[in-house]
Design a protein around this ligand. Sequence first.
Ligand SMILES: NC(=O)c1ccc[n+]([C@@H]2O[C@H](COP(=O)([O-])OP(=O)(O)OC[C@H]3O[C@@H](n4cnc5c(N)ncnc54)[C@H](O)[C@@H]3O)[C@@H](O)[C@H]2O)c1
Ligand SMILES: [Zn+2]
Length: 353
Amino acid sequence: MAKQIASKSNKIELGLLTSSSFNLLLTTKYKDSKKIVIVDENTEQECWPFLLTTFEALSDAEVILLPSGEENKVMEVCFQVWEAFTNYHIQRNDLVINLGGGVVTDMGGFIASVYKRGIDFINIPTTLLSMVDASVGGKTGINLGAHKNQLGVFSAPELTVCDPSFLHTLEPKELLSGKAEMIKHGLIASASLFNDLLKDKNEIPSEKLIEAAIQIKSDIVDRDYKEQGERKKLNFGHTIGHSIEGYLLEKGVEITHGECVAWGMLVESYLSYEFAGLTEKELETIETFIRKTYPELTIDESEFGNLIHLMRHDKKNQGDKINFTLLNAIGESTVDYQLEEEQIVEALNDVFK
Ligand SMILES: NC(=O)c1ccc[n+]([C@@H]2O[C@H](COP(=O)([O-])OP(=O)(O)OC[C@H]3O[C@@H](n4cnc5c(N)ncnc54)[C@H](O)[C@@H]3O)[C@@H](O)[C@H]2O)c1
Ligand SMILES: [Zn+2]
């Protein structure tokens, strides 16, 4: 049987989809509901055929194909899907199944949550990143222009099933992207997860490590669903990481979210050493791990101003200073450090010198 992850705000199962409560839900609660499966080109090819041939209840499901990629996580695409829902006469008691990475689960969750004031949806995340992060925690949303996740609602799926067997077709760089969020979960809340990841030589992390990473996110979300305090810990690595991501995307450089977060975590570990009590030895361990796991990234000193400019636009800031979550130790973090531009530039120099 798929394993139930302890969670107050979400029903999450980890293990084979066929051993989860997915089929039971389809054949009982949603027996008379229309099923709409949302996929992108890759999950239509790599994941949907398995579901179609395995679950009888999906034989007459409608399939909606979204264009893959972050640039398509936008309102224009949502409008088209809502129009399709209307054409298919989708009603309040029907069911949306999001089969894909974070783009599909974020956008599909949003589409379902506002259509007719909300219809039920199930998440079947198919990337490591969406298993350990995007589809846990009830945040759905889309981008507005250059602003990430600017439109969205908190809305929990009826069920999330994380089946690691979908990960075998995922590109290595996407596995590394998800791994960055797992490292983050270890760094902010569990030294033992971080140490296990340090030792792990597998390209696809074991189910035990995936479970630990999901559990950390789920526990934090349970304690602070609406991000009033502790949930901000999950932003570790992201103040710098998002600025690197935004800057490189503007330049047309292709890079995954997780890779930017990995470098963001390294810069923020330097800040943690300087301002939050992380020891030199811990910093060294983190640095060696990140440099060995992720391809080298060069950012010229002359570009630091651009990064700072992007950080200033972050919705988490107050006044002139920039907001960070920092590590007090590996496995322990504190939110809401307010730092000055010069302090950040120094840490950028330490990493990208
Ligand atoms: N809601 C949240 O709390 C939250 C948290 C973290 C990230 N996110 C969002 O998640 C998104 C990133 O998610 P992602 O990294 O999963 O990106 P993604 O959905 O773009 O997937 C990455 C790539 O993998 C492909 N793919 C997916 N599953 C596959 C499979 N099994 N085999 C082969 N290819 C497959 C996709 O088509 C895509 O090309 C971002 O939009 C981010 O904002 C949301
Ligand atoms: Zn992230």
